[in-house]
Design a protein around this ligand. Structure first.
Ligand code: ADP
Length: 280
């Protein structure tokens, strides 16, 4: 049987060809953008792997040198032994922190691992966190403040332990990067739509150079040009962990800072407004 062909009117043919070309063009643009995005991710991944191997190598090299030194002679003084052992102890801790933080970050970013979400009343949660922090000896030399609006009544749907980790990282940074006697303030504000809570941890510490601000949450970035983590700083992954946790809760992170004046780290979380408690 002869094959049956359907012929379209020339004007319809023209229209179909035009709409198909437009679709093709838009698909090609999308493909190019996705490809660029993939290349960017690949570059970030390479940079991250190179930074991680550097960060791991630095303490291992220090430990290796100390061990070689201890093995090199049998006439070392007690002080020599003590100094080398303390160095090994410090660098081992650095290594442990780095590995723990790296593992934590990979777990948080693994979307196949579900968050343990539960509805939490924002005010009691923030108050409890604040008063627990106040009695922590780490903050003995800082002045802590809590600023919550009186009419703040909302529920957050959060993985409690992970949001506590966010606050912990921001608070410990505020202590690390400010002088004793400085102020650290925990505050929260509800958006006009009542659908988003912004939680901030601010300090009047050393601040961050403007040039570093756009990269501060990037895990391949450190303010200091030397990537060697030490006891004064940390694994260098604290803010990357903050960003990863907040983004898994569909929130955003931001930072404003001025050198010599202080920093304010904020994150948003979706929330639901609660009815105001009645006065009687
Ligand atoms: P780490 O503190 O382990 O180096 P983070 O990811 O927590 O890693 O922070 C990255 C960098 O951001 C820090 O090295 C520090 O330079 C800067 N930073 C973070 N928080 C503050 C802060 N509150 N004040 C000043 N600088 C900060």
């Amino acid at each position: 049987m002869p094959e049956k062909h359907t012929f379209l009117e020339p004007s319809i043919q023209q229209e179909t060809i035009e709409s198909l070309s437009a679709k093709l063009l838009s698909t090609m643009t999308q493909l190019t953008e996705t490809n660029q995005e993939l290349q960017k991710m690949q570059m970030e991944k390479n940079e991250m792997l190179s930074n991680i191997s550097h960060d791991l190598r630095a303490p291992i090299t220090a430990i290796r040198s100390a061990v070689d030194y201890l093995l090199s002679s049998d006439s070392l003084s007690f002080d020599d032994y003590q100094q080398s052992l303390h160095l090994i102890d410090r660098r081992t801790r650095t290594l442990e922190n780095l590995i723990q933080d790296m593992y934590y970050l990979f777990c948080v970013e693994d979307t196949s691992k579900k968050l343990d979400l539960q509805p939490i009343d924002a005010v009691p949660f923030l108050e409890e966190y604040f008063y627990d922090t106040m009695i922590d000896t780490l903050y003995d030399h800082h002045n802590l403040h809590l600023e919550l609006p009186q009419d703040l009544h909302c529920t957050l749907n959060i993985d409690l332990q992970k949001i506590i980790r966010v606050l912990d990282n921001l608070f410990t940074n505020a202590v690390k990067y400010s002088a004793p006697g400085s102020d650290i303030t925990l505050s929260a504000t509800l958006s006009e739509s009542y659908q988003q809570l912004t939680i901030s941890v601010s300090d009047n510490g050393f601040g961050i150079p403007q040039s570093a601000l756009p990269n501060i949450f990037n895990r391949t970035y450190t303010v200091s040009s030397s990537r060697t983590p030490n006891s004064n700083t940390g694994s260098g992954l604290g803010l990357a962990i903050v960003k990863a946790i907040v983004e898994r809760h569909h929130g955003n992170v931001s930072c404003s800072s001025k050198e010599g004046v202080g920093s304010c780290f904020s994150f948003t979380l979706p929330c639901q407004q609660l009815p105001c408690p009645s006065n009687h």
